[in-house]
Design a protein around this ligand. Structure first.
Ligand SMILES: NC(=O)C1=CN([C@@H]2O[C@H](COP(=O)(O)OP(=O)(O)OC[C@H]3O[C@@H](n4cnc5c(N)ncnc54)[C@H](O)[C@@H]3O)[C@@H](O)[C@H]2O)[C@@H](O)CC1
Ligand SMILES: Nc1ncnc2c1ncn2[C@@H]1O[C@H](COP(=O)(O)OP(=O)(O)O)[C@@H](O)[C@H]1O
Length: 511
C-alpha cells in the first residue's frame, strides 16, 4: 500500500525545509531524480544522450527551480538544454547553475521554434503551488513529456486539471505520492509515476488515502479473518444472495452471477423475475433460485440464528439490471432490514434513503449515480464537481448513507464514513464497457459472502467493520482490474472477456 498525500500537505512540509537548507540539498535531490528519468526517456526515444536536445518549461517557483537544476545536470552530460522562462522571474540559484553548466535560456515566444527540434520536454512550469486560472502552452503530441513533480495544470490536492494541462508520459514526484496524480483527470495525464523520497515522511502525518496494488490483496482480504481457507465446505466458502435482473436487462443478472461463481463462491442463491430465470439457469447452472416465501423464511431464520451454518445467506449482491417495481422494493427492504453485508449497485442505489444506519453496505456508484445519491441527501453538486474532486464527494456519500462507497471511474475510490480511503488506479481504460460494473458487483458479492462477517455487528467496533468492508471493496476492484488487464492483452475487453479471465486473475493475485 502506498500512502498518498494532498499536494498542499507535501508543500507545507517542504517549505520550511527549503528555507532552512541553504545548500538547496532537497531541491538538488529532486532535480537529480528528474534528470535521471530524463536520461532514461532520451535513451528510450532517441537511443542516445550526447547531442540530444531537451527543452524545459520553467515557471517562477520552486518547480521551475527543480527544472533548472535538472537541466544543468544534463548539460554537464553533453545534452543541449534550453530553459524557456514562462514568467518574468525564475529561481535564481537554478538559473545561475544552468548558465554555469553551459545551458541556454529563452523567452516563451521562442517555444514553438524550439519544439521543432526537441527530443524531450521537461515540464517544470508549475507544481504543488499552482493556483487556478493558469494558461499553458500547447505541446505537440509527438514530443515526449516528463513532468516535474506534477503535470502543470493539475491540482495536486484533487486531480482537477486545467483545460490547457500538459499531459506527461512520465511524472517524477517528490516527497510523496500526491492525491492529484492518482485520481480524477490528474490520473489520466500523469503517465508512469516515480516517487522520489526526500525524507519528508516523519513530517507528513496521516496519509489522505492509500493506493493499493495487486500484491496487497492478501493484506486486504485478511486471511486470519476467515477468507477461503482450503478444505472448507461450500457453505463456508460463502453463500451469496443475488437480487438482480429484469426483462429489460436480463444480461446484468447473468453477468453478476457468473462473476460471483468465477470468483470462487460456495453457493449462489438468486431472486430474479420469472422471465429472467430460465436464461439465468441455462447460463449459470450453479445458481439455485430462491423463491419469495423461502426468502422470507430464510431472513427470519438469519435473524434468530445468525448467518452461520448451511444454507444461510452470508451476503447479498443487489441491483444489476434491477427494475424498480413494488416487488423488488419489498425484497430490497426485507434484505436491508436483516442487515446482512451487501453490495448495492446500479438501479438499487436509487431505492436507498440517506441516513439509514447500515454499516455493512458497499454502494458502488459511478459518478452519475453518486451525483444522484448526493442530490437525494440534499448535497447539490454537479458531475463536474465530482470529476474535479472525487475523493471528497465519495466521502460525503459515505457519511450521508453511513456506509462504504466504491466510486467507479478511471481510478476506483473506496471510502468509509470516517474518511479511510483506498484507491485502485492502475486499471485499463478497456474496463469502461457495458456490463463491466455488473461483473464487479458479482466479485464483491463473493468476497463479502466469504468474509464471514459477525452476525451481530452491533457488538463489533463499527469503524473496524467499515474498514474491513473498504478493504474488501478495494480487493474486488483489484481483481476486476487484473481481469481487465489480462483480457486487454488479447484485444478489446467485453464483460464476458472479464468473466473468462476472472479465475486466472484470482489465482495470479493469490486469492
Ligand atoms: N520546497 C522544497 O524543498 C522542494 C520543493 N520542490 C518543488 O517545489 C514545488 C512547489 O514550489 P512552489 O511552492 O514555489 O510552487 P510552484 O513552483 O508550483 O508554483 C508557484 C509559482 O507559480 C506562480 N503561479 C501559481 N499559479 C499560477 C497561475 N495560475 N498563473 C500564474 N502564475 C501562477 C506563483 O505565483 C508562484 O510564483 C513542488 O511542486 C516541487 O516541484 C521540490 O524541489 C522538492 C523540494
Ligand atoms: N477510464 C477508465 N479506466 C479504467 N477503468 C474504468 C474507466 N472507466 C470506467 N472504468 C471501470 O469500469 C467499470 C464500469 O462500471 P459501470 O459504470 O457500472 O458499467 P456498467 O454499468 O455498464 O456495468 C467500473 O469498474 C469502473 O471503475
Amino acid at each position: 500500500m502506498i500512502p498518498v498525500y494532498a499536494g498542499s500537505r507535501v508543500r507545507d512540509a517542504e517549505i520550511p525545509l527549503l528555507r532552512d537548507s541553504s545548500d538547496l540539498s532537497l531541491m538538488r535531490r529532486a532535480a537529480d531524480a528528474l534528470a535521471h528519468q530524463a536520461v532514461l526517456m532520451l535513451k528510450e526515444h532517441t537511443g542516445r544522450l550526447y547531442g540530444s536536445r531537451v527543452v524545459a518549461l520553467v515557471g517562477p517557483g520552486n518547480n521551475g527551480g527543480d527544472g533548472l537544476f535538472a537541466l544543468s545536470a544534463m548539460a554537464r552530460r553533453g545534452v543541449a538544454v534550453t530553459a524557456v522562462l514562462l514568467a518574468s522571474h525564475a529561481h535564481q540559484e537554478g538559473l545561475a547553475a544552468l548558465v554555469r553548466a553551459g545551458g541556454r535560456t529563452a523567452a516563451a515566444k521562442a517555444l514553438d521554434g524550439l519544439l521543432e527540434e526537441c527530443d524531450l520536454l521537461i515540464d517544470a512550469a508549475y507544481g504543488t503551488g499552482l493556483r487556478p486560472g493558469v494558461r499553458l502552452p500547447a505541446i505537440p503530441r509527438h514530443i515526449p513529456v516528463l513532468a516535474c513533480d506534477v503535470p502543470s495544470g493539475v491540482d495536486a490536492d484533487t486531480g482537477a486539471a486545467a483545460d490547457s494541462v500538459i499531459p506527461a508520459e512520465r511524472t517524477v514526484t517528490f516527497g510523496a505520492l500526491k492525491t492529484g496524480l492518482v485520481v480524477g483527470a490528474g490520473h489520466l495525464v500523469s503517465g508512469r509515476i516515480r516517487v522520489t523520497d526526500l525524507g519528508l515522511n516523519p513530517t507528513l502525518g496521516e496519509p489522505e488515502a492509500w493506493v493499493v496494488q495487486g500484491d496487497d490483496l492478501g493484506l486486504l482480504l485478511d486471511r486470519d479473518l476467515g477468507w477461503s481457507a482450503a478444505g472448507r465446505h461450500k457453505y463456508q466458502r460463502g453463500v451469496l444472495g443475488l437480487l438482480a435482473g429484469s426483462a429489460r436487462y436480463p444480461g446484468a443478472a447473468v453477468l453478476s452471477a457468473r462473476a460471483a461463481v468465477a470468483t470462487g463462491l460456495g453457493l449462489l442463491r438468486t431472486i430474479v423475475p420469472e422471465n429472467v430465470a430460465a436464461a439465468l439457469t441455462s447460463q449459470v447452472p450453479e445458481a439455485v433460485p430462491l423463491g419469495t416465501d423461502e426468502l422470507t423464511a430464510l431472513l427470519a431464520h438469519n435473524r434468530r440464528n445468525g448467518r452461520e451454518g448451511a444454507t444461510r445467506i452470508g451476503a447479498w449482491a443487489i441491483g444489476p439490471g434491477l427494475e424498480d417495481t413494488p416487488e423488488t422494493r419489498r425484497h430490497l427492504q426485507q434484505i436491508l432490514a436483516a442487515n446482512n453485508p451487501c453490495v448495492i449497485d446500479a438501479s438499487a442505489l436509487a431505492m436507498l434513503e440517506p441516513g439509514e444506519h447500515s454499516q455493512l453496505r458497499i454502494l458502488t456508484p459511478h459518478a452519475g449515480e453518486l451525483n444522484a445519491l448526493l442530490a437525494k441527501a440534499g448535497v447539490r453538486v454537479s458531475p463536474r464537481d465530482i470529476a474535479a474532486d472525487p475523493i471528497r464527494w465519495a466521502r460525503w456519500a459515505a457519511v450521508a448513507y453511513d456506509c462504504v462507497v466504491l466510486l467507479k471511474g478511471s481510478a476506483t475510490i473506496c471510502t468509509a464514513p470516517d474518511g479511510y480511503a483506498l484507491i485502485v488506479h492502475a486499471s485499463t481504460p478497456d474496463l469502461a464497457t457495458a456490463g463491466s460494473g455488473d461483473v464487479l458487483t458479482g466479485i464483491l458479492g463473493t468476497l463479502l459472502a466469504a468474509a464471514n462477517f459477525p452476525a451481530t455487528p452491533a457488538t463489533v467496533d463499527a469503524t473496524a467493520l467499515t474498514h474491513r468492508l473498504t478493504d474488501l471493496a478495494a480487493a474486488g476492484a483489484l481483481i476486476h482490474a487484473h481481469a481487465g488487464a489480462l483480457a486487454a492483452r488479447e484485444g478489446t475487453v467485453s464483460a464476458v472477456d472479464l468473466l473468462v479471465e476472472l479465475p486466472r486473475a484470482a489465482r495470479d493475485l493469490g486469492l
